[in-house]
Design a protein around this ligand. Structure first.
Ligand code: NAD
Length: 442
């Protein structure tokens, strides 16, 4: 895309913002409600395209679209209670008779950048709240799902025309990384909301010092399992969290710290539970583990398994790669400095490590620069409270897998995993700024 075309898009976004920023809550809600209806009309096509383009198993793709609808619905609902908060001001001497309200105002044109692993739902987590807040949006989708992204955008256009909303409120900007950076740096872009890798996210943060940059980045989620829990039940709950969608989820279960008292029972139960999940053709509704995003990625991960084995890892489960399809692998005795322990695996790889105590498990789980999600399983309430204290992550799941996400709830990372929460109510806040209005007695 030539820089003149980019310039034109930013100009249109600014114009649309100026026309939209004062729109009533009713108008904003109606637009999102109309979009939700349009998404409903194309949901089957969205799911099919998503599977064709990214290899996400069709049942998971349908699940993602259904979640996307729920994300939009929750955004519509959140708008009803967002934007104005009464602040009792007459607590201060001399302020008798004063009234105050904290009002939130839209920031301006927003650039939303989204990743390939949930190209619809994660886009809706940004686009709905940004538009609902009164911003205009330039959406730079992932390059791996161009037809899916276009169809989602077209469904918005159909809703916009129906609601006669200002022109070009949401523009699709399938820019390459260099162009996306130019867009992000444009002073007319008020905020950049990015979901993707730690590498790109932190690069943008450095590049855009002084601009509001919302980051939702990667993780290497740990699960600590105490003795005394039922090994089979926990293993069956964790298996899909480790391998569904080929493990291409930011909150996928990657590192498992298992109390030695449970180790003998847990390991075979977990291997059996993972083996029971169907691997293969993403168009088959039974498939849980489809291909990785491309063959080069599968080759790189497979080579990583060779490297880990050469460094001393023991293989508990591994299969032969076929093109982009890499069957789940389970390792133990993996050195601490191996990338499958200290980096994000983003693939169907699980690393199991025995620990002498639950506390040691928590310490090792917390020894990471990431902080997106972490899990702990225990029947001891004191241990669960300890987990809550010691696991530093934007989401700590107790007796649940790290992938357990409600789209209405806050979701985000701390430390190297991000700098805030999404979830419609929190995203609305991120796309606005507060203004305290204080009125004295007349
Ligand atoms: P990525 O960082 O490679 O790409 C994300 C987006 O950024 C894409 O649209 C890409 O084209 C764009 N991009 C790449 N370089 C850019 C640049 N220099 N300037 C501007 N934009 C640029 O990530 P990916 O491979 O698409 O997605 C996987 C990553 O996303 C994983 O690390 C995963 O953990 C993370 N993720 C995080 C969350 C979360 O909510 N925290 C959710 C899903 C995925």
């Amino acid at each position: 895309m030539a820089s003149k075309a980019l310039d034109g898009m930013v100009e249109e976004a600014l114009k649309a913002f100026l026309a939209w920023k004062g729109a009533s809550r009713l108008a904003r809600r109606r637009l999102l409600q109309a979009w939700l209806e349009q998404v409903g009309l194309v949901k089957e096509d969205l799911a099919r395209l998503l599977t064709e383009e990214t290899g996400k198993p069709i049942t998971l793709a349908k699940g993602e679209i259904a979640r996307g609808e729920s994300t939009l619905l929750v955004t519509v609902e959140a708008l009803g209670a967002f934007g104005e908060e009464a602040v009792p001001y007459d607590l201060m001497a001399g302020a008798e008779g004063c009234r105050a309200v904290l009002r939130r105002f839209p920031l301006g044109p927003v650039l939303a950048i989204t990743p390939f692993n949930f190209p619809v739902n994660l886009a809706l987590h940004k686009l709905g709240p940004a538009l609902g807040a009164g911003c205009s949006v330039l959406w730079k989708p992932c390059p791996q799902a161009p037809r899916t992204s276009r169809l989602l955008w077209e469904s918005f256009e159909a809703a916009r025309i129906q609601e006669q909303a200002p022109l070009r409120l949401l523009q699709l900007a399938p820019a390459d990384p260099a162009e996306a950076q130019l867009l992000a740096q444009d002073p007319r872009i008020a905020a950049v909301s990015f979901t993707g890798s730690e590498r790109v996210g932190h690069h943008l943060e450095r590049l855009l010092a002084g601009k509001r940059v919302l980051l939702e980045l990667g993780g290497n989620a740990a699960v600590v399992v105490d003795e005394g829990v039922d090994a089979g039940t926990v293993a069956r709950a964790l298996a899909p969290a480790a391998v569904a969608g080929a493990g291409q989820s930011c909150s996928k279960a990657q590192r498992f710290y298992i109390h030695r008292g449970l180790w003998e029972a847990f390991v075979p139960a977990f291997v059996a539970a993972v083996k029971a999940l169907p691997v293969g053709d993403p168009m088959d509704p039974a498939t849980v583990v489809g291909p990785l995003i491309d063959e080069a990625t599968a080759v790189r991960v497979d080579e990583g398994l060779d490297r880990a084995v050469a460094a001393g890892a023991t293989v508990l489960l591994r299969g032969r790669r076929q093109g982009a399809l890499l069957p789940p692998a389970i390792l133990t005795d993996v050195p601490e400095e191996d990338p499958f322990v200290c980096e994000e695996a983003f693939s169907p790889i699980s690393v199991l490590t025995p620990v002498d105590s639950f506390g040691e498990g928590l310490d090792r789980a917390a020894a990471t620069r990431f902080g997106l999600r972490a899990s702990a399983y225990s029947r001891d309430l004191g241990n669960l409270r300890l987990a809550e204290q010691r696991l530093r992550a934007g989401g700590v799941l107790l007796n649940l897998p790290p992938t357990f996400r409600l789209d209405a709830a806050p979701f985000g990372g701390v430390a190297a995993s991000g700098n805030g929460f999404e979830g419609p109510r929190w995203a609305l806040e991120a796309f606005t700024e507060g203004r305290l209005i204080v009125e004295g007695p007349a």
